[in-house]
Every structure is written in C-alpha cells, then in structure tokens.
Design a protein around this ligand. Structure first.
Ligand SMILES: Cc1cc2nc3c(=O)[nH]c(=O)nc-3n(C[C@H](O)[C@H](O)[C@H](O)COP(=O)(O)OP(=O)(O)OC[C@H]3O[C@@H](n4cnc5c(N)ncnc54)[C@H](O)[C@@H]3O)c2cc1C
Ligand code: FES
Length: 265
C-alpha cells in the first residue's frame, strides 16, 4: 500500500539503552519481514521493519543519526506518517525453525517467532548483542515459548562471542528445517555459510539505503541480480543472495558509493 496514514503513538517502550519500540494506533497487518516507510514532517522518510505485525502495529528503533534521534524524542500522542506495509516478508514452510538475530535485527524476527509458535512450530532463537543491556526481545521470545540462546560480544550475558559461534555449536548436535536471520551483514553472511554447510535453507533480511522505497529509483538494487531490496526484498532466499557479488561485501551509501563491510573481494 503506497498511501500514507497518519498514526498516533499509543505506547513507548524503552527496550534497551539505545532501542525504543513505538506502538501505534493503526493495524497494517504486515507479514513479518515487511517494512514501512516512516515519515517525520520536516525531517525525512526512512524504512523500518514492522516489529509488531498484527493488531496495533509497532516499530523498534535503534538511535543512530538525526532521523532516529528525532523519532526517539517522540512521546505518547505524537504523530508520524506510515506508508506500507511494503516489500516481501519471510516465507515459513518448515516445522523446526531457527532464528539468528543481531542487535535491532531482532525487530522482524520476533513477530515471525510469535506467529510460528501460534501455528504449532518449534522455534529456537540465537539472540546476540554487543553487551547484555543491548539484548533485544529476549523476554518477549521466551514468553512466546521460543527456546532462546544468548551471546554477547563482551560476555556480560550468555556465550561470550558471536551468534555465529553459538550457531556452529548448535548445528553440531541438531538440525532445523529453515533458518532466518537479520542483523549486521557480516553476521548474516556467516550464518548463510554455516547453514548452507548443513543444507539448511536460509532467508535473510537485508538492509540497503532506500530512497523511494517503492521500486522506482533503483538505488537499492543488489549488484549482479537486478533484485531491488525494497521491492523483491528485504527478505531473500540464500539462492538469490548467492547470485549477488555484493552480499556480504559492500553496500551503497546515499551518493551511490560502495561502502565495504570488511575486506574487498
Ligand atoms: C528494510 C529496512 C528495515 C529497517 N528496519 C529498521 C528497524 O527496524 N529499526 C531500526 O532502527 N532501523 C531500521 N532500518 C535502518 C533505518 O532505516 C536507518 O538506520 C535509519 O534510517 C537511520 O537514519 P538516521 O538518520 O538516524 O541515521 P544516519 O546517521 O543518517 O544513518 C545511519 C545509518 O543508517 C542507514 N540509513 C540511513 N538512511 C537510510 C535510508 N534512507 N535507508 C536505509 N538505511 C538508511 C545507513 O546504513 C547509515 O549508515 C531499516 C532499514 C531497512 C532498509
Ligand atoms: S529504494 Fe528506490 S528502488 Fe529501492
């Protein structure tokens, strides 16, 4: 849906030191993995995953720059513009699901877990953050009936290290029908490699710089594929991502310059 709705903030939850969830007075009935374009008058319009997908919708914001800072200043009763839901959500077909989320990447994965549990599926989640205070939605997942493993870079909660270390160890002992991941791209790239070795089909939710958000400008195309992250994504199957020489290596900023995640290919 491309028309804009003006939504009122019903509730604000401080999830972590840097992350807040805004519950709005509109129901957009999104599929987990879909996003909305959020408009702040006189500031900008930017993409955000829908973190509460049915009933009153929610978005979960990590404060980074000007837009997210201005958004995080809003209080109950404040108004924002919402276009969406847009893009392709996750597609679930297995019974034993594995979720790997890093930081605010848990935003689209939490509603996926809740819906899957309601449908009688078995869900395991590996939730990672830099430190214990930045872990997102751990209690929400446990309350829904998800088996949760935690990792923190500094060891202040759960395993000291990365989600991908926990994943590697878990897959020595167990298998899953599907894996879903969202978070830093280096993490998702490793998740894909590890899951692929065990022949577990994986879907990842990608983050690219969006301009139009509706498939017109071409700014978010994944090199080598022609796939637009805002239209054919943001969730992609492993096979689609393998066709791109961009995934895991670089993204393009607002000016279209390549920004490498780590080493150049
Ligand atoms: C499909 C999708 C879903 C997203 N879901 C969430 C979410 O649930 N929660 C959340 O906190 N963030 C989410 N983001 C990222 C969010 O849109 C940006 O972090 C936010 O726009 C940052 O803006 P800023 O002005 O505060 O920071 P800036 O300082 O301007 O930017 C910080 C970083 O945010 C990213 N960013 C900035 N502008 C955009 C843009 N127009 N499109 C995409 N990325 C941008 C860039 O990586 C940039 O380096 C999502 C992005 C995409 C593409
Ligand atoms: S942001 Fe314009 S085509 Fe995706």
């Amino acid at each position: 849906m491309n028309t804009m709705e003006i939504a009122k903030i019903k509730r604000v939850v401080k999830d972590t030191q840097r992350i807040k969830t805004f519950i709005l007075d509109i129901d957009v009935s999104a599929i987990p993995g879909q996003f909305v374009m959020v408009w702040l008058p006189d500031v900008d319009e930017k993409p955000m995953s829908v973190s509460y997908t049915s009933g009153d919708m929610g978005i979960t914001i990590l404060e980074l720059g000007d837009f997210t800072r201005r958004l995080c200043e809003l209080k109950v009763g404040g108004k924002i513009g919402i276009r969406g839901p847009m893009g392709r959500g996750f597609k679930v077909y297995g019974d034993r699901l594995l979720l790997v989320g890093g930081g605010v990447g848990m935003a689209p994965l939490a509603p996926l877990a809740e819906d899957a549990i309601k449908e009688g599926k078995e869900v395991t989640a590996i939730v990672g953050a830099i430190t214990a205070k930045e872990l997102l939605f751990v209690e929400r997942l446990k309350k829904a009936g998800v088996r949760v493993f935690v990792s923190t870079d500094d060891g202040t909660a759960g395993y000291k290290g990365f989600t991908t270390d926990v994943l590697q160890e878990l897959l020595q002992k167990e298998t899953f029908d599907q894996c879903f991941t969202c978070g830093p791209e280096i993490m998702m790239f490793k998740v894909l490699n590890i899951a692929e070795d065990k022949e577990i089909p994986t879907q990842a939710s990608l983050h690219r710089y969006f301009k139009c958000g509706i498939g017109i400008c071409g700014h978010c195309v994944l090199d080598g594929t022609g796939l637009r992250v805002c239209k054919e994504g943001p969730t992609f199957r492993d096979k689609e991502l393998r066709k791109s020489h961009e995934f895991g290596y670089y993204w393009r900023n607002a000016a279209g310059q390549k920004i490498y995640f780590g080493v150049k290919k």
